[in-house]
Design a protein around this ligand. Structure first.
Ligand code: NAD
Length: 480
């Protein structure tokens, strides 16, 4: 019947599968220990503001202790171990992640706010895939192209963000261990819980004590970790601002460093693109994970001749997105991860209006409690607007237009970032020509936000340096 819309009945995933303890210590030397000089803090569900658990903010002495445990493990167990035996542990971790995948997905959605559909179908399967992939490399390092007998670096200090908590952990830990290093990892302060369960998984896998150490905390703990002289390698994913500070602090030291920072990716739609597919790609590009994605397609560049068609179709599609309970299997867009991030998204969106762009959102009811932002599209955006230049890290799309391929490339590259880009066109030759001119670490063609452990990921310019994933990702953890 014209105009009639059937609604979905609620389909909530059960929380019964997760058993969240009221408080967690630090995972150091293979066991959960009380902090020496830290203090407790709470982690909440951003969808309801309910307190989920109390975790520990590790102090400097805790950081010392974790690094010492990692050093001992490097020297006594993990370093000397036969590579084929290291591989067995990584395979075992991958299988346990698969076995506990439903629990991990529910916990990730609770602590982060992302829809269960994504944590279940994207995050957790990719976590297992990363461990499987790097398990395969552990005994084949001499064939990785880094010399006949590449050596590990030692102890890696790793700091990760809150947007893909367990997935970023796997991007950091899997290659580090496969290359024979031991690690101390700090998850983000708003999303510590899946990292804590990962510590339990390390115990379950019988991983020798100290190979993986998980210390929770915020910026101070992160700083103490990356600045510690006992760390041989620093790996950081997060904001460009903090990345810059870390690069300065390790400069002049022998530490090896990789930085994966922000982005402001262009998603380019040519007039010969399959428009319906492109619209799905635009939606996936910016509304996946509430837009909390460093490689999000946050700048849409549409060829003028198909602008009206693309915008009409995009707006119609956005009216079908469901915003709400992350644990509901029908939900497309979950909660914004924190009050601070919501504030940043609001501030930049208000700046968009103040600078003269037109703001549009589909009608949608947002829950009363928790942190929420509707899917938002800005049209009439110029390259000078803040919403075209700065990373919003939320469900906000800025739309610009172009007439010629050269203009598209010029606008796409007109950013201090260079993490990713998308190209939509029917012509293979155009894909190759445009991709070759884009200054972006990853270029997707007729798709967006696709990830695979065998494919290297990383940026140009202010998006950072070094690559994670694939054979390239091993280099960062080897003395080459
Ligand atoms: P952030 O850089 O402040 O935090 C990322 C991680 O670094 C967290 O674990 C944090 O505790 C830690 N940290 C903070 N200060 C530190 C310091 N001085 N030394 C060492 N570690 C430190 O990022 P955020 O506050 O979570 O988000 C702010 C902005 O960062 C976002 O709006 C977005 O633009 C960007 N961001 C990018 C990514 C990405 O994947 N590239 C991920 C998250 C956030």
């Amino acid at each position: 019947m014209a105009g009639m819309k059937f609604d979905y009945a609620p389909a909530p995933e059960s929380r019964a599968i997760v058993d969240i303890k009221s408080s967690y210590g630090l995972f150091i030397g293979g066991e959960f220990v009380d902090s020496i000089d830290g203090r407790p803090f709470k982690t909440i569900s951003p969808a309801s503001e309910e307190v989920l658990a109390e975790v520990t903010e590790a102090g400097p002495q805790d950081v010392d202790r974790a690094i010492a445990a990692a050093r001992t493990a490097f020297q006594t167990t993990w370093g000397p171990m036969r590579p084929a035996d290291r591989a067995k542990y990584l395979y075992r971790i991958a299988r346990i992640v698969q076995e506990r995948s439903r629990e991990l997905a529910v916990l990730e959605s609770l602590d982060n706010g992302k829809p269960i559909r994504e944590s279940r179908d994207v995050d957790i399967p990719l976590v297992a895939a990363h461990f499987f992939y790097y398990a395969g490399w552990a005994d084949k390092l001499s064939y990785a192209g880094f010399g006949p007998d590449p050596k590990p670096l030692g102890v890696a200090g790793q700091v990760i963000p809150w947007n893909f908590p367990l997935l970023m952990l796997s991007w950091k830990i899997a290659p580090a261990l496969a290359a024979g290093n031991t690690v101390v990892l700090k998850p983000a302060e708003t999303t510590p819980l899946t990292a804590v369960v990962f510590a339990e998984i390390c115990q379950q896998a019988g991983l020798p004590p100290g190979v993986v150490n998980i210390i929770t905390g915020a910026g101070d703990t992160g700083r103490a970790l990356v600045e510690h002289p006992g760390v041989d390698k620093v790996a950081f994913t997060g904001s460009t601002e903090v990345g810059r500070m870390i690069a300065k602090s390790v400069a002049g030291s022998p530490k090896k460093i990789t930085l994966e920072l922000g982005g402001k990716a262009a998603n380019i739609i040519f007039d010969d693109a399959p428009i319906d597919q492109a619209v799905e790609g635009i939606v996936n590009g910016i509304f996946f994970n509430q837009g909390h994605v460093c490689c999000a397609g946050s700048r849409l560049l549409v060829q003028e001749s198909v602008y009206d068609e693309v915008l009409t179709s995009l707006k119609r599609r956005l009216t079908t997105l469901r915003v709400g309970d992350p644990l509901d299997k029908n939900t497309d867009i979950g909660a914004i991860n924190s009050a601070a991030q919501l504030e940043r998204i609001r501030e930049l969106s208000d700046a968009g209006v103040a600078e003269g762009a037109q703001r549009w959102s589909p009608p949608c009811e947002l829950p009363d409690r928790g942190f929420w932002f509707p899917p938002t599209v800005f049209t009439g955006v110029s390259q000078a607007h803040r919403i075209a230049r700065e990373e919003i890290f939320g469900p906000v799309l800025s739309v610009l237009t172009f007439r010629t391929p050269d203009e598209a490339v010029e606008k796409a590259n007109n950013t201090p970032y260079g993490l990713s880009a998308g190209v939509w066109t029917d012509k293979g030759s155009r894909i190759l020509a445009i991709a070759g001119q884009l200054r972006a670490g990853v270029v997707w063609a007729n798709t967006f936000n696709r990830f695979d452990p065998s494919s290297p990921f990383g940026g140009y310019k202010e998006s950072g340096y070094g690559r994670e994933g694939g054979r390239h990702g091993l280099e960062a953890y080897l003395d080459v």
